[in-house]
Design a protein around this ligand. Structure first.
Ligand SMILES: [Zn+2]
Ligand SMILES: [Zn+2]
Ligand SMILES: [Zn+2]
Length: 161
């Protein structure tokens, strides 16, 4: 990702926090940056470890979780329930509302990429679920598969990308 795009994303994240009347504190920003710069989804533990390495400040796992929750509430990051890890939102600089995030999850290396598509599907999906009297808990689609890298190198061990 080029620097201009990165700066736009950070600016948008600041605007989203300002809109909600909440502070984009140094620690929130540090954690946001870690998720932003990593292409693979990260667990809260991995994020805490990277925070310790990069900013030389440590945060207990509990406070990392709270900050991730904060970022998730503002749709700056997504929690991928199927792997219990976090990835950056691909629509931070967009002006449209999220319909339902579509997250492509590689089952081998756990790389997660949110699709650019935002075609409305939520309403129709909810109506279909209603028809079978099913109450949805997840508000996003996790699409499990294999990324191009893992398909080319099928024998790489898990997490080896
Ligand atoms: Zn998103
Ligand atoms: Zn978008
Ligand atoms: Zn992969």
């Amino acid at each position: 990702m080029d620097l201009k795009k990165l700066n736009q994303i950070i600016k948008s994240a600041e605007n989203i926090c300002a809109r909600d009347g909440v502070r984009f504190t140094t620690k929130r920003r540090d954690i946001f940056n870690i998720v932003l710069h990593e292409r693979k989804a990260l667990s809260a533990y991995e994020i805490a470890e990277k925070l310790r390495q990069t900013s030389k400040t440590s945060a207990p796992a509990m406070s990392v979780y709270r900050i991730l929750e904060f970022l998730e509430q503002r749709k700056l990051v997504h929690k991928i329930a199927s792997v219990n890890k976090y990835a950056i939102c691909a629509h931070i600089t967009c002006n449209h509302e999220h319909d339902m995030p579509r997250l492509a999850v590689c089952s081998n290396c756990l790389k997660v990429e949110e699709l650019a598509s935002n075609t409305p599907i939520k309403q129709e999906l909810l109506a279909s679920l209603d028809a079978i009297d099913f109450q949805l808990q997840s508000q996003q689609l996790e699409l499990i598969g294999l990324c191009s890298n893992c398909r080319r190198n099928p024998h790489k061990p898990k997490g080896g990308c």
